[in-house]
Design a protein around this ligand. Structure first.
Ligand code: NAD
Length: 390
């Protein structure tokens, strides 16, 4: 039997944002024995039916009410990106653990302030929900690179593609500028890819050269807004044409530490690709490929021997990766399981008194992603290479 994965006496959680991803947090938390005690959404009227649907007992009206609730020990921020900073800051100052959705905030001014604040509160866990790291085969790739199976890492390449913003009628808060980098596809899905590439290779992105494109210079905004991942103005609400400045597509050349090179592209208008991350690492001794559309398979490439396809199976995973896989081979683990594993890492760290090195993405990782985004935005404007600021 492995380590227990239902925690004893974990802190109770308030969930901020009950839209698309909030319920995924609620479900993952329940699976590891963490109680979701309350929900804050933009208004109590919006929160109430969602809280009922999810069986969350309390609805809050303001963040102040959440943070004054002595029952709450941790907050999960699953609201739009431009609200993360204010809520993460207030929650840390109020003594709560914080697990924030990605990106951590919209500028490095904000993220660096959050990193400093988290350092002042070492007994509070502060994480960012880069959940893709917690697919068992992503952990396997990380373990194989760390023990040198691939030799010297030469390149990391790939893409993150979706089609939910393909049509001119597709609209979401994400397409609106955030007032800082004004990046969308890069900040929304590109940061997932870059976090995973850096986690797997153990190399930092140091320099970028980016090309961005906005294929729909205008979109039709439904009056009253549109929900995430709901398809083209499906309710046929009245709409108004608005100018779009955020990118639908981005391609970025990368220089990573230790001489590695990389390139990736993101596209939120790629018909048929619902939500696909593809990542390929190549080294002097071999290569590996992982595709989130077939997350149970890892391709292993060799020059002097037949290539292999490895199924996720705790019986044959590296010990480190096996810790993040709870079901036998052939019993698929996917998106909700990755959330469960990240939450388990986060709350186990808390249960152990916030000691040692966190094994989940921290505010420092979230800050790094935003600084890379700023370099990408500058590079696209300057049409050339830009260093990521330390
Ligand atoms: N890790 C992942 O796989 C993943 C996937 C999707 C979204 N996300 C991230 O999660 C966050 C939310 O995305 P989403 O797709 O769920 O968006 P969404 O629009 O579906 O949901 C956001 C929710 O936050 C609420 N909200 C808005 N302003 C608020 C405020 N001031 N206080 C409290 N609640 C407020 C909205 O009413 C809505 O219910 C974003 O940061 C996004 O990048 C992460």
């Amino acid at each position: 039997m492995g380590a227990p994965y239902v925690l004893t006496n974990p802190p109770k959680v308030a969930l901020i944002g009950g839209g698309f991803i909030g319920p995924v947090h609620a479900e993952a938390l329940r699976r590891i024995g963490v109680q979701v005690a309350g929900l804050l959404d933009i208004t109590p009227e919006k929160a109430r039916p969602q809280a009922e649907r999810l069986g969350i007992p309390r609805v809050y009206s303001t963040i102040e009410e959440v943070l004054a609730d002595p029952e709450i020990g941790a907050v999960h921020l699953a609201s739009p990106n431009n609200i993360h900073f204010e809520h993460a800051k207030a929650a840390l100052e109020a003594g709560k653990h914080v697990l924030c959705e990605k990106p951590l905030a919209v500028s490095s001014k904000e993220t660096s302030e959050l990193v400093k604040l988290a350092a002042k509160h070492p007994m509070q866990a502060a994480g960012v929900n880069y959940n893709l790291r917690f697919y068992p085969l992503a952990q396997e790739m990380h373990a194989r690179v760390a023990r040198g199976d691939l030799g010297r890492i030469l390149t990391v390449t790939g893409s993150y593609t979706q089609d939910w913003l393909l049509m001119v009628d597709d609209y979401n808060w994400r397409v609106e500028p955030d007032g800082h980098t004004n990046l969308r596809a890069i900040a929304d899905i590109g940061t997932h890819w870059m976090d995973l590439a850096q986690f797997i290779t153990g190399r930092h992105i140091e320099k970028v050269n980016a090309d961005l494109a906005t294929f729909h210079p205008e979109r039709n905004r439904p009056v009253g807004g549109a929900e995430t991942f709901t398809g083209p103005n499906s309710t046929k609400k009245a709409s108004e044409a608005v100018k779009i400045e955020t990118e639908d597509y981005g391609a970025v050349l990368l220089h990573l530490s230790q001489g590695a090179r990389g390139v990736f592209h993101v596209n939120q208008m790629h018909g048929g690709r619902k939500n696909r991350l593809y990542l390929e690492v190549c080294g002097t001794e071999g290569s590996m490929v992982w595709d989130s559309e077939s997350p149970e398979l890892l391709w292993l490439g060799r020059r002097g021997a037949p290539n292999q396809i490895m199924n996720r199976d705790p019986a044959i995973l590296s010990a480190e990766a096996g810790n993040f896989s709870h079901y036998p081979g052939g019993h698929a683990e996917g998106f909700p399981d990755a959330f469960k594993q990240l939450d388990l890492a986060f709350y186990t760290f808390i249960q152990n008194g916030c000691k040692g090195t966190p094994n989940f993405p921290t505010f420092a990782d979230g800050d790094r992603e935003v600084r890379i985004c700023e370099a990408i935005a500058d590079s696209a404007k300057a049409k050339g290479w830009v260093d990521v600021k330390e």
